[in-house]
Design a protein around this ligand. Structure first.
Ligand code: ATP
Length: 343
């Protein structure tokens, strides 16, 4: 028998734990359907940090990197830790040190009332850019560095080009090379090399500010959008509005060159949402759909499709959390989705 796929579960902070609790039973469902997996629950997050002083200890990082195949992540961020140090040492460290350079954020409306003809896929570089957390603060002067390296940019853009080629969909690179001449200049050079290697892909570039305006005016005109860490973050929060908001949007990050055993991390696009945490109001759909992306990444296409369909059916049956204008709580919504899963 093949060894089980080991999935680390890190609920993290705020609504992270609430939405994770709804998705975890889907792992048992996958097992009942014959998938061989083992869940590895890990406690890291604000509560653990405040109680122990530990963010992500070395032994846990090593277990994750060498002893797990993937991570299902909730969210990190807690008002009691305003500098976000634990978030930096948990989530940003995992993204960076597991080299999860590709962050995939699809935008496909499933809820009634949202245009199902919109079909966007954001490919966001996940480890560099201005989120490299390097800089200085001096009296009257603050500097944040943005680091862009050719291997990471190439990994991200190559994935986006491959996807565009397979789907026959247009590819757009969002950038600001007119002002960010060095970093985004590198992006344009890597893009030009890849465009020559993918002559069938309808690829173009666009200044990110103009793109945001065009995305609001005509989202159906776009297919695959590639961007650096910062711009990809902004663009994908904007496109989350097309699926119903932050609670609805999924993401999957992976290391295309797979240097480690653990080479994928699924997490909803939203953060820990302290304003609604602990009240049973969080929408678990983004988490369910992130797990579906992870199932697909593991090659479990029937489970991925069934979970996405279950979300669509629950929404069409009228289940909606407050962010979607409904009255159902997190657990009612979760139950409604799981009740639609085939046995
Ligand atoms: P981060 O920077 O970590 O992504 P953020 O500052 O962008 O976090 P979020 O925590 O994502 O902020 O919250 C943004 C808004 O979206 C808040 O009003 C929050 O209540 C709402 N929100 C986030 N997640 C959900 C959810 N699962 N269900 C309903 N509303 C949510």
């Amino acid at each position: 028998m093949s060894r089980p796929v080991r999935i680390a579960l890190i609920p993290g902070d705020g609504v992270g734990g609430e939405v994770m609790a709804e998705a975890v039973p889907c792992l048992d469902w996958a097992v009942a359907r014959g998938r061989c997996l083992e869940a590895v629950p890990l406690p890291y997050g604000a509560e653990h940090y405040l109680a122990t002083g530990e963010t992500l200890p070395e032994h846990a990082f090593t277990t994750l990197r060498d002893g797990c195949d993937a991570v299902l992540f909730g969210a990190v961020g807690d008002p009691r830790i305003p500098d976000g140090r634990h978030a930096e040492q948990i989530l940003l460290r995992l993204r960076r040190e597991l080299e999860l350079a590709v962050n995939f954020r699809p935008c496909r409306p499933l809820a009634p009332g949202f245009d199902p003809a919109i079909n966007l896929e954001i490919y966001r570089e996940n480890t560099e850019g201005p989120y490299c957390l390097q800089g200085t603060t001096e009296p009257g002067r603050a500097v944040d560095y943005a680091i862009h390296t050719e291997p990471a940019v190439h990994r991200l853009l190559a994935c986006a080009f491959q996807r565009a080629a397979v789907l026959g969909r247009p590819l757009l690179l969002a950038h600001k090379a007119n002002v960010l001449k060095h970093g985004h200049g590198l992006w344009l050079r890597v893009y030009a090399d890849l465009k020559a290697q993918f002559p069938t892909v309808d690829a173009r570039t666009m200044h990110a500010d103009a793109l945001l305006c065009a995305l609001v005016q005509d989202p159906k005109a776009f297919g695959i959008i590639a961007a650096d860490n910062y711009l990809g973050d902004l663009i994908s929060d904007l496109t989350a509005a097309y699926v119903g908001g932050m609670g609805m949007a999924p993401s999957l990050s992976w290391a295309p060159h797979r240097p480690f055993r653990c080479a994928a991390l699924a997490e909803p696009v939203h953060g820990s949402a302290p304003d609604i945490a602990g009240q049973g109001l969080a929408n678990p759909v983004g988490m369910f759909l992130s797990l579906a992306l992870l199932f697909r990444h593991l090659g479990w296409e029937p489970e991925a499709t069934a979970l996405e369909a279950a979300v669509g059916e629950a929404l069409h049956a009228g289940f909606r959390t407050r962010d979607l204008g409904g009255t159902h709580g997190t657990s009612e919504m979760g139950k409604a989705v799981r009740s639609q899963l085939p046995t």
